[in-house]
Design a protein around this ligand. Structure first.
Ligand SMILES: NC(=O)c1ccc[n+]([C@@H]2O[C@H](COP(=O)([O-])OP(=O)(O)OC[C@H]3O[C@@H](n4cnc5c(N)ncnc54)[C@H](OP(=O)(O)O)[C@@H]3O)[C@@H](O)[C@H]2O)c1
Length: 297
């Protein structure tokens, strides 16, 4: 079982570490995050140490010492509500940080895989979002992530940009873990039932990123767990998988929480481009959730 908590690994700016055998020499930024943790498991031998992506000099130093062929940017400012109060901090990481990594990649001829989000959409669609659908973020977080995508594309038109959604997985606390902890503590569970998206297992996403890299794919891809759910559905399924009573979960409207950031009511991602490119489909979120929860209990 994985521990939860975000232990920052010691910096390892050494090119002595073995490369990901048989695959491109890979550097992961944002290694202490939820996705970063999954990437370190799916990309064994990849270089992964913390450096500040908001500092162009630090990015250049990290890439200059490792000389990766591929950099995966899983570093991000992800506290969606807090971002409303500190847009500069969100843009520093999600826009400037993305730009810095793209510039540092361009310097050494490395490819960049950049992560983005379903929150670039306004949620007004009545069918799953395609990569070609116009983004219109509702929050500072979404705006900063979209600005990051655009900065990356401008500097590295061939970058691989992956929009993911609603992550859960080992290594760091996340929505599912929080709901299970609250359930076990006997706390009330009032959960939003009017926002619909695609819960995604971080290890499934990391494996999908590996497939895209192995296939040499470029451009924008939506990658999310198969199926869709509301946060209420996801919570009920998590409790069920943990052997707890799902009837304890009470559905509420998002307005009932009065959170600072607006979120899309509907942000289901259409992953057909990913499927066509790789010949793979993402596992159903409900199956991956059950496997994840089994590992937690
Ligand atoms: N979580 C989701 O539900 C979700 C949904 C859709 C898309 N995404 C996207 O997926 C990607 C990964 O998200 P995640 O959930 O893994 O995020 P996360 O758990 O919040 O991790 C973010 C990582 O970024 C690092 N970071 C923050 N500021 C940094 C800086 N200035 N320099 C270097 N590293 C920095 C953090 O390190 P410290 O902990 O040391 O600060 C952490 O390792 C992001 O691009 C996110 O926008 C996430």
């Amino acid at each position: 079982m994985d521990t939860d908590g975000s232990n920052r690994p010691e910096p390892l700016p050494s090119s002595a570490q073995l490369s990901w055998e048989g695959h491109p020499r890979t550097l992961i930024a944002g290694v202490s995050g939820l996705l970063g943790h999954a990437l370190t498991r799916v990309f064994p031998g990849a270089f992964s140490f913390w450096f500040d992506v908001t500092d162009l000099g630090a990015c250049r130093a990290a890439l200059g010492s490792i000389r990766p062929e591929v950099v995966i940017n899983a570093a991000a400012y992800t506290t969606v509500d807090q971002a409303e109060a500190e847009p500069e901090a969100a843009h520093a990481v999600n826009e400037q940080g993305a730009k810095n990594l793209a510039l540092a990649c361009r310097d050494i001829g490395a490819g960049l895989v950049h992560l983005s989000t379903d929150y670039v959409f306004d949620g007004l669609a009545d069918r799953p979002y395609l990569e070609s659908d116009p983004p219109r973020p509702l929050s500072v977080y979404g705006q900063s992530k979209l600005a990051g995508e655009r900065a990356v594309r401008k500097i590295l038109p061939k970058a691989l940009i992956v929009r993911a959604s609603w992550l859960f997985g080992p290594g760091k606390t996340n929505f599912v873990k929080k709901m299970l902890d609250r359930a076990r503590a006997g706390e009330p569970l009032r959960v939003v039932n009017d926002q619909r998206g695609c819960p995604t297992f971080s290890l499934d996403l990391a494996a999908a990123i590996r497939s895209l890299i192995q296939g040499g794919h470029q451009g924008l891809f939506h990658v999310a767990g198969s199926g869709e759910a509301t946060w209420f559905d996801l919570t009920r399924a998590a409790l069920e998988a943990a052997g707890l009573d799902p009837a304890r979960v009470e559905p509420i409207k998002a307005t009932g929480l009065d959170l600072p950031a607006r979120r899309p009511a509907y942000s289901v991602l259409d992953c057909r481009r990913y499927e066509a490119a790789t010949g793979r489909t993402m596992p159903p979120w409900s199956e991956s959730l059950a496997a994840y929860v089994r590992g937690l209990v």
